[in-house]
Design a protein around this ligand. Structure first.
Ligand code: THU
Length: 130
């Protein structure tokens, strides 16, 4: 399946970012990495805050890396916890990723690689505002 995606490289990058996470409150580190349509790899880690609700998920950092680095479309995405296990992006982050990757974005999940249309069905997105 999709031999053009180097999933091992993405997983390694997600683990590297996980090591840099700032998660002193939950002690739950998250690292995320994605392949962009121009070949770049973008990544992020969670950054918690004493105001718990202000916490930034790893995907927020990844999207900031994407946009700040010149934009583009996300093609393939993975995220992991501190044990290196693949985890699901939270609901809010699925929405964040959908904006920049759409229905065909490949998402690595504990049940294998799935298109975003299965991870976030009937998504509300840019088309709704067109
Ligand atoms: N977290 C993420 O970074 N991404 C997700 O998709 C799920 C949750 C972080 C937020 C918080 O710092 C910690 O995991 C526990 O919820």
């Amino acid at each position: 399946m999709e031999p053009w995606v180097d999933w091992d490289l993405l997983r390694r990058r997600a683990r590297e970012l996980c090591d840099r996470a700032y998660a002193p409150y939950s002690n739950y580190r998250v690292g995320a990495a994605a392949l962009v349509d121009d070949g770049r790899i973008v990544a992020g880690c969670n950054v918690e805050n004493a105001g718990y609700g202000v916490t930034l998920c790893a995907e927020c950092g990844l999207v900031s890396d994407l946009v700040g680095g010149g934009g583009g479309r996300l093609l393939a995405f993975t995220c992991c916890n501190g044990k290196g296990e693949v985890i699901m992006p939270c609901g809010r982050c699925r929405q964040l990723l959908f904006e920049h990757g759409g229905s065909e974005l490949l998402v690595e999940t504990p049940r294998g690689i799935l298109p975003m249309r299965e991870v976030l069905p009937q998504a509300f997105g840019p088309d709704a505002l067109a």
